[in-house]
Design a protein around this ligand. Structure first.
Ligand SMILES: [Zn+2]
Length: 267
């Protein structure tokens, strides 16, 4: 079970592992917490700009999400349906029905019901900072933590992460591609994002599924944030996106501290 904030997070963060484990015959459940209404509208219009209809954006992104899930072989898609809260500091953070403004208890209870129903062996979500501070990613972390405590689940629990060596590689690639990384940016400048390599417990080889991950991202092509990936082309993408990394935070299987499989100790 992967608990994500928005339509497209399942592809960018965990598309490789979802496709790999589906191909291995493992049931995969995606819980998407928000409707993505603060995403890009037709032609890339942003929220608040003319032509941005939040309800239409949410509907379009649901269609994209379903297409992505079909590509990745996700067995079950569960939508919690909260309103996308937008980036940190946006007025939408506090809008009625936004995921961020909803007390943790309510979505945690709903997620706990899903955990009880599906009995996942592995649960994946974000770290306490939502990797990069997006309110909905932080909230997804909080409700997952609360739901797991409520159910007494013995699932292996993971947070998605990126090793600092990979962050440095991405920064270098972006610089080579001519992207403005800011005057002072240099590899290793993002210590608050990701983890030192030696703290990353779980390195999952998804090389064989990079094309599916690329296609799943392509299903979310209405979103500008997918462009840096899609513009690489599938071959370059596959060359750098062949491993997905996680930090294991709960485990009762006695799997090795460093592992290459989220299901290590469960097979
Ligand atoms: Zn997101």
């Amino acid at each position: 079970m992967a608990v994500h904030a928005h339509p497209d997070d399942e592809a960018s963060g965990t598309g490789g592992m979802l496709a790999r484990y589906a191909a291995e015959g493992i049931r995969t459940v995606l819980v998407t917490c928000t409707d993505g209404r603060c995403g890009d509208g037709p032609g890339g219009v942003k929220p608040g700009e003319p032509g941005h209809d939040p309800a239409a954006v949410a509907a379009a992104r649901r269609t994209e999400l379903e297409a992505s899930c079909a590509i990745l072989g996700v067995s079950d898609l569960e939508l919690l349906g909260y309103a996308d809260s937008g980036m940190v500091g946006w007025a939408t953070n506090e809008a009625p029905g936004s995921f961020w403004s909803t007390p943790v208890e309510e979505p945690a209870e709903r997620l706990a019901e899903l955990i009880d129903r599906y009995q996942p062996d592995v649960v994946v979500t974000y770290d306490p900072n939502g990797f990069y501070g997006h309110p909905d990613h932080i909230q997804a972390h909080r409700i997952t933590t609360a739901a797991l405590a409520r159910t007494g689940s013995t699932a292996k629990v993971y947070w998605t992460t990126i090793p600092h060596s990979t962050m440095a590689k991405f920064a270098e690639m972006a610089r080579e591609a001519g992207m403005d990384m800011g005057d002072d940016a240099a590899p290793g400048d993002f210590p608050e994002m990701g983890l030192p390599d030696d703290q990353v417990t779980t390195w999952v080889d998804v090389t064989a599924f990079a094309e599916k991950k690329f296609a799943a991202l392509g299903a979310h092509a209405s979103q500008e944030e997918t462009m840096p990936f899609l513009s690489m082309g599938v071959e370059a993408f596959a060359a750098v996106m062949g491993v997905e990394t996680f930090v294991r935070v709960d485990d009762s299987t006695n799997a090795a501290a460093r592992e290459d499989d989220l299901f290590a100790g469960l097979r």
